[in-house]
Design a protein around this ligand. Structure first.
Ligand code: FAD
Length: 484
């Protein structure tokens, strides 16, 4: 097993461990290790427990909330855990360090199915996506990572190994007893947790114990291996970008698609607002610009099982577009690979343009970074939430765009401050946006997790007693708070 000790050695020889996609600076640690199998991980963690060395777990480092960045102690990286194999039951056993790209490539070569979680950044690791319960565009139909995890191997403090399968250990009356963990109690909650939620531990009456570890952001142990389920690959996938010419048509179209039934099987329902359209026009890249009259953009992905099903879907989509005054003629996309690629590139063009704009501002003021919200609300309040987010950013006269997973009531508002004064305004805007999501019954984080950057938002969503209840669970599993 490769390992490095000494603060300077780590920063000289493996500086990549000290940076992720969160823009957080100042990460440091005294040691780092890259176990190649579960036994090596157990040995290293046992030694850390013995010496009291705190542990931060690191995966593909694509996280946006800084959860993988150490503040001292040691980093244990999953990146050398690369075993991957097809099991007899058709599931995949994958080491935590296998990337989503590697997993997809293995699955397409060796099976007829596909792995639905698609958190955009394909260098994300299996362990990291489980630890954050990552979602993505297709979670509208396929749910988040949680739904696809059947088993986990997790190394706990003192090198104890927890091997856990879905369906084996359930909470009853908010209590679950496990031979390795002892007895865990879920705290009573003031309200139901929102359906798409990555803030705090997953806590539901009657839940499966495995779900406590999914989304626990590296605070309950080191995931070394996962058993993952696959979905059958549909015959056709259709990607469309529709460009309504006013906000009313957009919301009408959104509503029709949200409630559409078979034959229409919608996999993803995403949006870009008018600020995104204007921003793309003023930052042109290699792609064609959105149509001149486009005010909003609705990106949808649907799937079909046969030629007849495809035909039915295309006719139904045409009818829905016409009924909501959105022209099928100006829509882009289709089911051919080149058409689907065009939509994928268009989707990526926005965050790329935002990042480019931030880099430009950073040249004048090095401390500048992007601020992104990750809140979600129930679908019945989504339009209201969108309007609230927008007015919070407009009140502060910040440059911003709003896009995201409209089908899940989940948007990312990106504020692009240009100077230190706007940095402070953006920070307060993000907090107000998070508080608004909670006030509307939603979550402060639907997919990125709280990490170090947004840990403070936990208090916006949970009471002191609920947070204490989470700490008690953590203390039972990790008495010295070795992890995270
Ligand atoms: C351009 C871009 C687009 C993105 N789009 C999406 C999106 O659509 N949906 C989405 O959900 N996310 C998205 N993300 C965020 C990110 O890709 C996900 O959070 C991803 O799941 C992180 O995986 P990782 O392997 O990079 O984890 P890391 O960043 O390394 O770590 C993330 C967290 O997981 C913990 N962790 C990592 N590995 C393990 C392990 N083996 N055991 C226990 N804990 C572990 C870490 O301690 C940390 O708390 C995006 C990021 C970028 C940069």
């Amino acid at each position: 097993m490769r390992s490095v000790t000494g603060r300077k050695n780590v920063s000289d020889m493996c500086a990549d461990l000290l940076q992720d996609e969160s823009n957080l600076s100042g990460a440091w640690c005294e040691a780092a290790a890259w176990p190649e199998n579960t036994d090596e991980a157990r040995e290293y963690i046992r030694e850390c427990s013995r010496t009291g060395m705190q542990l931060t777990v690191s995966g593909g480092l694509t996280g946006i909330s800084g959860g993988a960045l150490p503040e001292g102690g040691s980093v244990i990286s999953a990146s050398a855990l690369k075993d991957i194999r097809l099991q007899g039951n058709g599931n995949i056993a994958a080491g935590a360090g296998v990337t989503i790209e590697e997993l997809n490539s293995f699955v397409s070569t060796n099976t007829d199915g596909f792995y639905p979680p698609d958190p955009t950044e394909e260098s994300a690791s299996v362990g990291g996506t489980i630890a954050t319960d990552a979602s993505g565009a297709d979670s509208f139909l396929y749910g988040s990572t949680r739904k696809w995890v059947e088993g986990l191997k997790i190394v706990l403090p003192f090198g104890k190994l927890l091997s856990i399968k879905r369906g084996m250990h359930m909470f009853e009356n908010r209590t679950c007893t496990h031979p390795v963990l002892g007895t865990l109690h879920l705290p009573p909650l003031r309200r139901e947790q929102p359906p798409k939620n990555a803030a705090g531990y997953y806590m539901r009456e009657g839940m499966d114990l495995i779900d406590l570890f999914i989304g626990s952001e590296g605070t309950l142990g080191f995931i070394t291996e996962a058993e993952l389920k696959l979905a059958p690959e549909p015959q056709y996938v259709i990607d469309l970008a529709v460009f309504p010419e006013n906000a009313g048509s957009f919301w009408e179209l959104y509503d029709s698609l949200l409630h559409a039934e078979e034959p229409l099987r919608i996999r993803a329902l995403e949006m870009m607002d008018d600020r995104c359209m204007d921003f793309l026009r003023s930052h042109p890249g290699e792609l064609p610009l959105p149509p001149v009259n486009a005010v909003f953009c609705l990106l949808l992905r649907a799937e079909a099982d046969s030629d007849e099903h495809l035909e039915e879907i295309l006719v139904t989509l045409d009818d829905i577009l016409v009924a909501s005054n959105s022209s099928p003629e100006t829509a882009w996309g289709g089911f051919e690979p080149s058409e689907r690629k065009r939509i994928k590139d268009f989707r990526h063009a926005l965050p790329e343009a935002v990042n480019h704009c931030i880099s430009e501002s950073r040249r004048k003021c090095p401390s500048i970074h992007k601020f992104g919200s990750d809140g979600a609300v129930g679908l019945s309040r989504f339009e209201e939430y969108y309007a609230r987010v927008r007015s919070i950013l407009e009140e502060r006269s910040l440059p911003f765009v709003i896009f995201g997973h409209a089908g899940d009531g989940h948007i990312h508002a990106n504020a692009m401050p240009e100077n230190p004064r706007q940095m402070l305004l953006a920070d307060s805007a993000m907090r107000e946006i998070a508080a608004s999501a909670v006030e509307m019954g939603g979550t402060v984080s639907a997919e990125h997790g709280l990490g170090k950057l947004k840990l403070d938002y936990l208090k916006l969503m949970y009471s002191e007693d609920e947070i204490k209840g989470m700490e008690v669970i953590r203390r039972v599993i990790d008495p010295d708070f070795l992890f995270g």
